[in-house]
Design a protein. Structure first.
Length: 462
């Protein structure tokens, strides 16, 4: 029939771009939402799933009647289960236990078999979702392990589909494209395509900005080149505790970390202020775009990729009780936000040092300001922190010099928070690290230690 498509897979793509009217209205930039959550399974992963199965069929790695196996936090699994349903494959999805009930229900509705694995295990643990998926693929006759994390066809799917679609819709008249980093395939493919296009007359190249979950390792890896200790977070579809092979952080212009709280509250704002029914990953992308816009005030048109649907988080992000229980909504008698602590502590400028300052200068600065730790910055880039215990260990080693640069003493034993981080989240951060560095964009607006938190709580109690 005229106007119809052959199968639901032919309806993947051509998602609309919508200008946001209220979110970010205080900024000079205009924000545009690429509504990938309107894809058939509810996420941008449909593009990848279709392309990866096409490639597996063409190579002979997947035979008729075979089984797709994948480790997924839900959206890729739903997309693969959709493809499996249309093309007559079986599908096994291995998921972490933090996955939302709605995602579990969606996977099972498509007919996928679901294996739930522990969230808080190391990537190489035999119980991790990737390890379990790999073992299942080896043990299942006719199985094909999709492996979005390491499959080079993952970025290709977005370079060949999403990139040209955005270019055609916008004519390249955008300053930045912002999206979350899960496996990294979407943003790597977009970076490859967009950076290969000639800039419009009189314009700059389009910045490609990745958004990471606070607690994941991508942001620190992009900023410092070092793998740092990850910590637990609630945000789904964003970040990782290992480095996928498809990931090339060097192709991005910036990686912005976003907290659970900021991601979830922004997702709720998308629905309630803009009528855009997008999920937690989308909320993180918008929150990251707002940070980037404040760092780049000359930018005018910012395209944000909204990759997941609110339908998948109704019992969590859009449930006030769940949000309150997890510290993402404040009760009237709540403990407040990090900005309250920083204001109570005093609004003096944060004392910092540079990586090539010598130890003598840093010790003198600590003594002068009566502090026991300070951030080390290179321009606006936070490299890490040094604390008095690090200086002491260095000075008693017998191989030290007060005239040596402080750079070798830089540690990563801190957590980044924002002024809008809740005190409950700050408590959790300080249970895992020596201190918290308060960032507003890239600007350091405070350093908080355990004793600062104790003092704040004691003063509130009195």
């Amino acid at each position: 029939m005229k106007g119809s498509v052959k199968t639901i897979l032919d309806a993947v793509g051509d998602t609309p771009i919508v200008e946001m009217q209220k979110i970010g209205a205080e900024l000079e930039a205009s924000f545009f939402a690429k509504c990938e959550f309107l894809s058939p399974s509810g996420s941008t992963k449909d593009r990848m799933a279709r392309a990866l199965v096409d490639a597996a069929e063409q190579s002979g790695a997947l035979s008729p009647g075979g089984t797709l196996v994948e480790a997924t936090t839900g959206n890729a699994g739903a997309a693969l289960a959709l493809v499996a349903a249309v093309r007559g494959y079986k599908c096994i999805c291995v998921v972490p236990e933090k996955i939302s009930p709605e995602k579990l229900a969606s996977l099972r509705a498509y007919g996928a078999k679901v294996i739930v694995t522990p969230t808080a295990v190391e990537p190489d643990d035999s119980r991790s979702m990737r390890s379990v998926a790999k073992q299942l693929a080896e043990d299942t006759a006719g199985a094909y392990l999709v492996d979005q994390w390491d499959n080079p066809k993952n970025p290709d799917a977005y370079a060949d589909s999403l990139g040209p679609e955005i270019w055609a819709q916008t004519d390249g008249a955008i300053d930045a494209v912002v999206g979350t980093l899960g496996s990294g395939g979407m943003m790597m493919g977009l970076a490859r395509f967009l950076k290969s296009q000639p800039p419009r007359a009189g314009s700059h190249k389009i910045a490609v900005v990745g958004v990471d979950a606070s607690g994941s390792l991508y942001h620190d890896l992009a900023e410092t080149g070092r793998l740092t200790q990850t910590s637990a977070y609630q945000l789904e579809e964003v970040g990782a505790d290992f480095v996928p092979r498809v990931l090339d952080l060097g192709s991005l212009d910036r990686v912005v970390p976003v907290s659970d709280r900021d991601a979830f509250r922004t997702a709720r704002d998308l629905v309630r202020l803009e009528g855009i029914f997008a999920g937690g990953s989308s909320g993180a992308a918008v929150a990251g775009a707002l940070v980037w816009a404040r760092e780049n005030p000359d930018a005018r048109n910012i395209l944000v990729l909204l990759t997941d649907s609110a339908n998948q988080y109704l019992s969590k992000i859009f449930n006030d009780e769940w949000m309150r229980e997890n510290g993402f909504l404040d009760d009237e008698d709540g403990l407040g936000l990090v900005r309250d602590l920083v204001q109570l502590k005093g609004g003096a400028d944060v004392v910092t040092a540079k990586p090539y300052d010598n130890v003598r200068q840093v010790v003198r600065k600590m003594k002068q300001h009566g502090i026991s730790q300070l951030p080390i910055v290179d321009g606006e880039k936070l490299l890490g922190v040094v604390a008095e215990v690090d200086m002491l260990r260095y000075l008693v080693s017998g191989e030290s010099s007060l005239d040596g640069a402080v750079k070798p003493l830089i540690e990563q034993d801190f957590r980044a928070v924002t002024p809008t981080t809740s005190i409950d989240d700050l408590k959790a951060a300080l249970s895992e690290a020596r201190m918290a560095v308060v960032l507003e964009g890239t600007r350091i607006v405070g350093v908080v230690t355990k004793i600062d938190l104790i003092d704040y709580l004691a003063r509130r109690a009195s």
